[in-house]
Design a protein around this ligand. Structure first.
Ligand SMILES: Nc1ncnc2c1ncn2[C@@H]1O[C@H](COP(=O)(O)OP(=O)(O)OP(=O)(O)O)[C@@H](O)[C@H]1O
Ligand SMILES: [Mg+2]
Length: 295
């Protein structure tokens, strides 16, 4: 679930990869090494697996943090074995948590050891060359060794989901709940700044709340149920929300309804219905707080 622009760009890339041989016949080589970077939980690992699925290729997946931390003394050898293994098959080699090597550079007692590890990695990347695709994912791209960074001809930033992507994510995680237009608008606005993983956490927490509410016989209107669920999440998992939105969720009904109109684009009627106050109360509240126009 990505923004349309990014999804199209990735489709293009995958399309090129699927036609490596045709391209090679024309003397063109697609990018064979691609780095996915972005904040935690934006879907990098999932995307790498999806690319494998689209190409119909198996993925050899290795988390470098495991490889580095558990066997610091033999890390270089482990990396060698990993690449040897991947090079034997037609597959994608996926190096997840790729910054582990860079991070180890600061932690390691022995600088020489890390240099050896980075060199081993560079050599392996070079040797793999045109043999197969290499994908790597990191959320600390700024920590990567510049020589390592340069090895990747494709560098794709996976951003936090924009409005369009949040809409898709909600449509994926909400069913069988089917929110109306106003609720969807509210959710899209509420989830600004969240990663895909945050949105998933939010919705599953909300669903748990709705089930518990029904179990205790306090179902009420489903619309109010959704807002109740959000409010509970704002209390229990406040870190998911931007501070402004969390404050609004925990503020009075009037204040929240006014924000839903002014910031989230709901009509006064929709905001009133969602929050459970009359349209005229919403309108009054907005008049009270609006800054009078000078002149
Ligand atoms: N863009 C997205 N589309 C669909 N699902 C997503 C997306 N982003 C996150 N998710 C959900 O969040 C979960 C975690 O995503 P994933 O592990 O791929 O993130 P990541 O970027 O690799 O995070 P990290 O940096 O912590 O490794 C996924 O399993 C999926 O359910
Ligand atoms: Mg990941």
């Amino acid at each position: 679930m990505l923004s349309n622009v990014l999804a199209d760009a990735l489709d293009g890339l995958v399309g090129e990869w699927a036609r490596t041989e045709e391209l090679a016949a024309l003397g063109v080589q697609p990018n064979m090494r691609c780095l996915l970077y972005g904040k935690p939980g934006v879907g990098k690992t999932m995307l790498a697996r999806y690319i494998g699925f689209k190409l119909g290729l198996p993925i050899v997946e290795a988390r470098l943090d495991g490889l580095v931390s558990s066997f610091l003394g033999t890390t270089a050898r482990n990396i060698g074995s990993l690449f040897d293994f991947a090079d034997r098959y037609r597959c994608i080699l996926f190096l997840d948590e790729f910054d582990a090597i860079a991070k180890a550079r600061d932690d390691a007692q022995e600088v020489g050891e890390i240099k050896r590890v980075v060199n081993a990695l560079l050599q392996c990347l070079d040797a793999r060359g045109r043999r197969g695709f290499t994908l790597a994912a990191t959320n600390h791209e700024q920590l990567l060794d510049t020589a390592v960074w340069r090895r990747f001809d494709g560098r794709i930033e996976i951003p936090l989901p924009d409005e369009e992507a949040r809409k898709k994510l909600l449509a994926r995680f909400l069913p069988p709940l089917l929110p109306g237009d106003a609720e969807t608008k509210m959710l899209i606005w509420m989830t600004e700044g969240m990663s895909g993983a945050d949105i998933e956490t939010l919705i599953s927490g909300g669903k748990r709340f709705l089930v518990m509410k029904e179990a205790t016989g306090a179902a009420g209107s489903r619309r109010r149920g959704l807002l109740g669920a959000l409010r509970r999440q704002a209390t229990l998992s406040g870190q998911l929300f931007s501070k402004h939105r969390r404050d609004l969720l925990l503020a009075s009904n009037e204040e929240l309804a006014a924000a839903l109109v002014d910031d989230a684009g709901l009509s006064q009627r929709e905001a009133g219905l969602l929050v459970g106050i009359s349209q005229s109360t919403v309108s009054r509240r907005r008049r009270e707080t609006s800054v009078p126009n000078e002149g």
